[in-house]
Write a protein that binds this ligand. Sequence first.
Ligand SMILES: [Zn+2]
Length: 605
Amino acid sequence: MPARHAVAVVIDDAATQRSQEGGADAWWLYVTEVLGHARVPFRSLTPDEAATPPDDVAVLVFAGPPTLDPAASPGFERWVRAGGTFVVVGDPGPLSAVAGVTAGGTVDDGQVTILDSPVWSSRPDVGLHAVGGVRLTPGEDVEVLAQWEPTDEAGAHPAAVLRRLDAGLAVTLGIDVWQSIVRIQQGYTVDADGAPAADGTAPIDDGILKCEDGMALSFEHDRAMPPGEPELTGRFEHTYPPPSAVPMFDQPHADLWRSVFLQTVWWAAEHAAAVVPWLGYWPAGVAAVAHMSHDSDGNVDEHGQAALDAFAAADVEVTWCHVFPGGYSPDILAAITAAGHENALHYNAMGDADLATWGWPQIRAQYAWAQAVTGTEDIVSNKNHYTRWEGWTEFYTWCERLGLQIDESRGPSKQGSVGFLFGTAHVSFPIADATQGNRYFDVLNLPLHTQDLAWAGHESVRDVILDGAEAVHGVAHFLFHGPHLHLRPLTRAACVAVAEEARRRGMPWWTSRQINTWERGRRGVTLSAEASADQDGWVVRAQAADAIPSASVLLSLPGLDANAEPVVRDGKGSARVVTRHGRYFVELEVDLVAGDNNWTVALSR
Ligand SMILES: [Zn+2]
């Protein structure tokens, strides 16, 4: 029997096709990546099916512009009033009357303050950067959940509202959550230098095309000083090491949008007394992880040895990105592998050698070179030297062809762009543009947060990055270079210190390969949960493509509190209450086998 998931998503295939044929991206497709990463199970409904939702759907998400006319489908409002919740992302259109709100003007780019409400279990304390959306004009009986910050052209306007209809709810998120997440993570097409920060902290107009040149976040609105550091006075001189701390991208805006959407779904499900399972991002008991990488710039043996020593002192296995041309001596290369580090590519398109330019034949040649010098056939990870980038997503097609399954190029090259420059501490699958049907690339994006601490990045950024990754249950990524570990005692000390600090917080250090394997394993898991036949617990199922040890199956249960004592009645595993995204969940710690897995979970009393 197919699982009767409590969450349903409406994607209008005809609207998607119309949009793409007109050259416009169907951003709403990204709902499948947001739910897919969390492994929240959902059923898909056509617009026709959504007109009369099945009674066992608790939360109905209109990911794109709704076409449903409730006047012609009275069953829809009956379903809401009987206890259903619908969530509209964007303009509610024909659902305006039921949603209790109409769309005013559109917003291309703005800041949204999430207001205090029981809907939110973890409310961002900064304005979130939104790309696309509508201002909302609410009716009388609605609660405003979020508002657009006033601009020179417009005053404050509601951005998200809640209407209660008898036992049901209508939530309108006027923000284009999907476009916001994609633009913040993937940026815009890189074909020219971006505009530098006005304060001199990020001179990205350096004549070298790189990830930052397409960034969607704003130097002016989306940065803050690390806590306790004095504000900048006068114009900042961009030298190494930085003479002082500078403003940094302190919040992962894209992850916070993901969280806003997921919190909406969980809260609505709880309201309907429905159980929604999802899969913890990391193994049971682990709330966030850390990742350290090393770039072999220069390929000097002495520097490589200094890096080996530093990582041994830090007790971290790193992802070692090898840059063409040259390479270390065979002894150093063997020592890197023997120490458990991951051999990866550091694709060079800086024009400083033959084959060191941007292009498919060049990366193909460098990949073969890295395989040869490291003796590693299955290189799965890459980082681009200097964070080089051109175009929007063509690079990912090269990765697909080579078998590069995870790329960690997207990060800062300047002091003033350190932190969550691309708004995320999570791995994600990038989306292609409309000309490719907005398909997903089979390459994970692993964000980079800072280069060498106490050299390229002021040391005060360290805890902000760890805090931010921890808050959204993601991965904090620190990059080091051998020459700095060799020549600069402060950077070497910072490398060892950040390793200890992450471990102190319970964040294990994982290589890019480990993160890739784990995430791809997670993506092969489909969960379901429903009340048990005796109504005294919940039957939880997981279908897994591959075995996953120590998986974290999370259950959003109605009325759960910190003192609940969950027990596993049937099936192998243990259970406890954990906090994720500010909410309580029952965490089942289980070793998933490939195939079917079943448990019955109850709260003891
Ligand atoms: Zn490099």
